[in-house]
Design a protein around this ligand. Structure first.
Ligand SMILES: Cc1ncc(COP(=O)(O)O)c(C=O)c1O
Ligand SMILES: N[C@@H](CCOP(=O)(O)O)C(=O)O
Length: 462
């Protein structure tokens, strides 16, 4: 399998090269040159298999030229062995035909662990084989950073620098990033919002002297391997509810569009997904765009679902690539216009997007109400991001098609909002119960490319 850039001007790469490269050298994002398709029989045969077996069958066509079959199976086994639930991604029934897909049983209590634990293993194998080391720099609104640190802490072949917006992540998220004592982990509290962190990260990738000098690698959903790992749970969930013999819809709490884009790929691979519903908080650029108002940046407003406080949704570029008929130059032009504030989507591309995606926006009060009601219905405490998803899913739920809402994080990562809504304090799992006593280590830093690059150069393999 070869990988191509959404902007059409970067070299084609193998899976391993694309994984270690991160952002394409033309500023675009890598995608498989062709989306592999599974037959209805192959999908039906996933029923009853373990999560690991499903993961292998779904991902193998994407990685097969880069890893040996047994090697990849062993990588998958190591990635998910530390999860706190045998099913890895269990389904819980919310009401008659609405289900929650619990994606928070990994080590850092958010869906990011599904991809990051796998990438950690893939990087280790690939770097060992090459005798190489890399500098990972990641931007986070809270969950990607903690998952990346957990996956890469203590590894000799990797330094990991995580940029998070100062004061705009939950206390649990911050402590997950600032308390690991390993010398290869560097938490950087940047003055700005998540969009600033993501923009400066992309600037680092586009500064080739820096990029090549430090051997920059990325573990944001810039990296296609992140998206790939997230395709798996769409299959495992849909099959357990009767796919491919019936259609299933998904609602996805959305910020950077990586998770829902994985659902789009699952659909293109043959999974009978009816609707993919984008659920946003008050940072609603995607909802505005899918409602026909164009893709125009607004100011990022802090919310009680901080991981989705995003106005420039990196992976939307990948959806636009397909909506514009895989025309890299059209995508490159749109991204130039985004640099000046935004762009209108052509009628043909809007129709293509609407074939798969619906959307909804949820206010802060509605998020709190949904947390309260979900608990009152004896279901469970949900995190604010999941509540955003549940609220939108209820609008789109159809009588004849089961709806699955992705429960993207554990409520204990956002105790203040959850307690305000429900009156209940969500406890951290016992293995994390001393999180508040562990010493923190963090550098407060300006949102400035030169300052950040200088800091990273000075702190590599200290
Ligand atoms: C808990 C949680 N929910 C939802 C999202 C949104 O996911 P995505 O950025 O893939 O759209 C994030 C951030 O990625 C998150 O951390
Ligand atoms: N919500 C994310 C934002 C980064 O998204 P990514 O999927 O590109 O890593 C976070 O929690 O950091």
């Amino acid at each position: 399998m070869k990988y191509v850039s959404t902007r059409g001007q970067a070299p084609e790469l193998s899976f391993e090269e694309a994984m270690l490269t991160g952002l394409a050298r033309d500023g675009g994002l890598y995608l498989p040159a062709e989306i592999p398709v599974m037959s209805q029989d192959e999908i039906a045969a996933l029923a009853g298999l373990s999560y690991e077996e499903i993961a292998f069958r779904v991902m193998w066509p994407y990685v097969s030229g880069s890893f040996a079959e047994d090697e990849f199976k062993a990588i998958i086994a190591r990635a998910y062995e530390g999860f706190g639930h045998d099913a890895r991604a269990p389904l819980k029934q919310l009401n008659e035909n609405h289900f929650l897909l619990e994606l928070f049983h990994g080590p850092t209590l958010a869906f990011k662990d599904f991809a990051m634990q796998l990438i950690g293993q893939l990087f280790q194998v690939a770097l060992k084989r090459r005798g190489d080391r890399v500098t990972i720099v990641g931007a986070t609104s809270g969950d990607t950073g903690s998952a990346a640190i957990e996956a890469f802490r203590g590894l000799d072949a990797v330094d990991v620098f995580i940029l998070y917006p100062h004061g705009r992540v939950s206390e649990v998220q911050r402590r997950q990033m600032t308390t690991p004592a390993h010398s290869n982990v560097h938490a950087l509290a940047v003055d700005g919002d998540f969009d600033d962190c993501q923009a400066v990260l992309k600037d680092m990738f586009n500064d080739f002297e820096f990029r090549d000098g430090v051997k920059l690698a990325g573990v944001n959903s810039i990296n296609f391997a992140r998206v790939l790992a997230q395709i798996v749970y769409y299959f495992s969930a849909a099959v357990s509810l009767g796919a491919p013999h019936r259609k299933i819809s998904f609602t996805v709490p959305t910020g950077n569009f990586g998770d829902i884009f994985a659902g789009y790929l699952a659909k293109r691979m043959g999974l009978p997904i009816d609707r993919l519903v984008v659920a946003t908080n008050q940072n609603d650029i995607l909802h505005r765009c899918l409602s026909g108002e164009g893709y125009f940046k607004g100011d990022t407003i802090p919310s009680i679902s901080p991981s989705m406080d995003i106005q420039v949704s990196s992976n939307f570029e990948r959806a636009l690539y397909y909506a514009y008929g895989e025309d890299g130059s059209a995508v490159a032009q749109l991204m130039d216009e985004l640099g000046n504030g935004g762009f209108n989507v052509s009628q043909g591309a809007m129709e293509a997007l609407r074939e798969s995606f619906d959307s909804g926006r949820v206010s802060e009060d509605e998020t709190l109400e949904t947390i309260k009601h979900t608990l009152a219905r004896n279901v469970e405490l949900v995190c604010p991001h999941t509540a955003v998803g549940i609220k939108v899913a209820e609008e789109y739920r159809a009588a004849d098609v089961p709806m699955i809402t992705l429960a993207t994080a554990h409520p204990a990562k956002f105790p203040a909002a959850v307690e305000k809504a429900s009156g209940e304090h969500p406890p951290l799992p016992s293995r994390m119960s001393d999180l508040y006593e562990r010493p923190e280590r963090v550098t407060r830093i300006a949102n400035d490319l030169g300052t950040l690059e200088d800091h990273i150069r000075r702190h590599i393999a200290e």
